[in-house]
Design a protein around this ligand. Sequence first.
Ligand code: BGC
Length: 248
Amino acid sequence: MQILGIDVGGTGIKGAIVETSTGELVSERLRIETLRPATPESIGMAVKKLVEQHQWSGPVGIGFPAAIQHGIARTAANIDPAFIGLPVADYFSRQTGNLAYVANDADVAGLAEMRFGAGKEVAGVALIVTIGTGLGTALFSGGHLLPNTELGHLILDNGLEAERYASDAVRVAKQLKWKDWGDRLNHYLITLENLFWPDLIVIGGGASKKLSKFASRITTQTPVVPAGFLNQAGIVGAALFAEEQLDH
Ligand code: BGC
C-alpha cells in the first residue's frame, strides 16, 4: 500500500509517498523549512502544503518530535508549548483533509529500521537514537516497541540533560569538531548501554550520514550502526505507523 510519510523535525518538515511493503520512497522527497516559532499553526500549514505538493489524498503518517500518547502531544522540547495537550492526530487530519496518524519521530524511525533496516535481524533489545535538533530514542524488545521513551532528556552524570550536551544542534552551536562531539555522544551512549544493555544501537537522524567521522570515538561494547534508511527512516516509519493503525 502507498502512504504519505511526513517527518516533522526541528529545522525542516520532510515528506514522501512510501510503498509500505518495501519501505521504498515512490515519490520525490520534499522538504519545507520549519518556521519559528514552531506553533501548531505554522507546522499545520507546512504539513498541509506537503500534502498538497504531493497531490495526496489518502492516509498520512506523521513522525512528530514529542511524546505522543494516543494521538495527543504531551511534551514540547523543541516546538512551541502550545502543542502540549493538543490532539495532534485530529488537528493534522482537519488541516489536511486526510486521516492523519501521529507518533513520536524516533519511534517511527525505529519501526522502519526494525522492519526493513539495520534492526531487522535483531531478536533481542534494539535501541534507536535519532540525532538532530533534539535527541530522540526508540526502544524495541523482540521487535516490540516501548513507545515514548524520551531518553534524550536523561540527566547525565555531568549534571547535563543529554539533549543539551550531545545533540547535533549542540555540535553546531558550539562549533565542535565531529570527533570532539563524538566523545560527548559516546558518553551518552555508554550511559544508555549501562541502563538497557541493548544488542544493537542504531543511529538515525542527520548525524547517521556522518558516522564515519566520529565512529573512532565510540567505545560501547554494543555495536553501533547507522540507520539503513539514514535520515529517511522517519518518513518511511511514519507511513508504516499509519498502515499499522489502519489495520487495527
Ligand atoms: C523530544 C522527543 C523527540 C526528539 C527528537 C526531543 O526533544 O522530546 O520527543 O523524539 O527530540 O526529535
